[in-house]
Ligand binder design. Structure first.
Ligand code: PEP
Ligand code: MN
Length: 352
């Protein structure tokens, strides 16, 4: 349930509502909008007659039931967009934030070249997997802690915050010592113990959509994290499995546009995994930007043909810079901004 206060409700009236909720063993979560305050009511079961009781309090305009099964994640419950702050980068505001880096951390040299290329292209955060969920147990499964150390080293060198996957609850403490954002991979979207473990930290979470997850299941997975206290959650559409085999996945832009309506959390898009083909990454990045994505996560490798994972969907550093030029133009066309590649700062933008 949410309690909508009248415009101009006083602090005293707001705190009266909160104390009434406390008396009933319920918790209230305040959202201060520009015009009015909304109080989300948490706790189950909701007390019978609660709506009428709260509506009788001074300063309360009305109460509304939240109809969605996810509460904390829903826009009904919290109509104000959440801005996730990762170091000096704000995600969920006007800027389309681009996260770039290799699928896997492979070596210091590979990561350094990629990190500097990403920075020069205008990326705001560096991605790279140290613990890799691979379909085959015989494939390269990541460098483990050494990969985390290299990510942290590149953060020191470039100033880029880092995003890396955590695969199991018992690794959360270790990965958390290094990363600025926990990535929860598609295969783990319904690993509820992992979701709860990252939910008990204060580190932002990038929650990929599961390979076969409905949008509602995805938002309920976000709810698992948030219910433990961590409200810094970003959703990421990365393609779903369909009958189509011409592309690695079917990149579901419906989900981006719809999730933006259903939740206040930032919604990102991953056209690298969404398509599986580097040639499609730029066009689908533009489409995702046009339909409202708050950010993109892009796989970039200095030598994609030699990548130890996901080379066929990785952009070269040059192609990444081209992508950024075009994303910037589309972002501008839909009233958003994105970081200009360093190479273009001060030059007129010419898009072919
Ligand atoms: C990745 O980001 O490299 C990755 C494994 O992503 P996903 O979980 O979406 O497959
Ligand atoms: Mn990958």
């Amino acid at each position: 349930m949410i309690v909508v206060m009248q415009p101009g409700a006083t602090d005293m009236q707001i705190s009266d509502v909160l104390s009434r909720l406390e008396e009933l063993n319920l918790a209230g979560r305040l959202t201060q909008g520009e015009e009015r305050t909304i109080i989300g009511v948490l706790g189950s079961p909701i007390v019978p007659g609660l709506g009428a009781a709260l509506e009788a309090l001074p300063g309360v305009e009305k109460t509304l039931r939240v109809t969605k099964p996810y509460k904390l994640a829903s826009r009904e419950f919290n109509p104000v967009p959440t801005i996730v702050q990762v170091r000096d980068v704000a995600i969920g505001g006007n800027e389309v934030v681009v996260i770039a880096g290799p699928c896997s951390v492979e070596s210091e040299e590979q990561l350094r070249r990629t990190a500097h290329g990403a920075l020069e292209g205008g990326a705001k955060l560096l991605r790279g997997g140290a613990y890799k969920p691979r379909t085959s147990p015989y494939a390269f499964r990541g460098m483990g802690e050494r990969g985390l150390e290299l990510l942290a080293k590149m953060r020191d060198e470039t100033g880029l915050g880092i995003v890396t996957e955590v695969m199991t609850p018992s690794d959360v403490a270790l990965v958390g010592q290094y990363t600025d954002v926990f990535q929860i991979g598609a295969r783990n979207m319904q690993n509820y113990l992992l979701l709860e473990e990252v939910g008990r930290t204060n580190t932002p979470v990038l929650l990929k959509r599961g390979l076969s997850a409905t949008i509602e299941e995805w938002l309920l997975a976000a709810e698992y994290v948030m219910a433990q206290g961590n409200r810094q959650v970003m959703l990421c559409e990365r393609g779903i499995r369909t009958f189509e085999t011409a592309t690695r996945n079917t990149f579901d832009l419906n989900a981006v546009a719809l999730a933006k309506r259903l939740t206040h959390l930032p919604v990102l898009a991953d056209p690298s995994h969404g398509t599986g083909k580097w040639q499609l990454v730029t066009p689908l990045s533009l489409a995702a930007t046009a339909c409202g994505a708050d950010g993109l996560i892009i796989e970039v490798h200095p030598d994609p043909d030699r990548a130890l994972s996901d080379g066929s969907q990785s952009l070269t550093l040059e192609n990444f810079t081209r992508l950024m030029e075009q994303v910037n133009a589309v972002a501008g066309a839909v009233g958003r901004t994105s970081a200009l590649p360093a190479s273009l700062i001060g030059t007129p933008l010419a898009i072919s």
